[in-house]
Design a protein. Structure first.
Length: 94
């Protein structure tokens, strides 16, 4: 079932079931992910639960949570994804 919620003029579609931020780390762990790459880190909430070596890209980080956790490596790049990919290859950074 989908619910439509309007808050401060913003319409959001809410799905029943577990939250994305809970499911993402479970998927990564189940797949035994050794590396994780995220574009659009924003507050860091989705990056927080990942245990693999990680790279995050965002033009303006608004981190509100501890994102390092037990990761063996974390690299954060404050730039647009276009700039990141023009300068770097994630494969070479892991």
């Amino acid at each position: 079932m989908t619910a439509i919620v309007k808050t401060k003029g913003v319409t959001r579609f809410m799905q029943e079931g577990p939250d994305y931020y809970e499911v993402l780390p479970q998927i990564a762990e189940r797949m035994n992910c050794q590396t994780y790459f995220e574009v659009g880190v924003n507050t860091g909430r989705s990056l927080m639960g990942i245990k693999a070596a990680s790279i995050g890209v965002d033009p303006l980080f608004r981190l509100k949570v501890e994102v390092m956790g037990t990761k063996p490596m974390l690299q954060l790049y404050q730039m647009t994804s276009d700039d990141f990919f023009a300068r770097h290859s994630p494969k070479d950074l892991f």
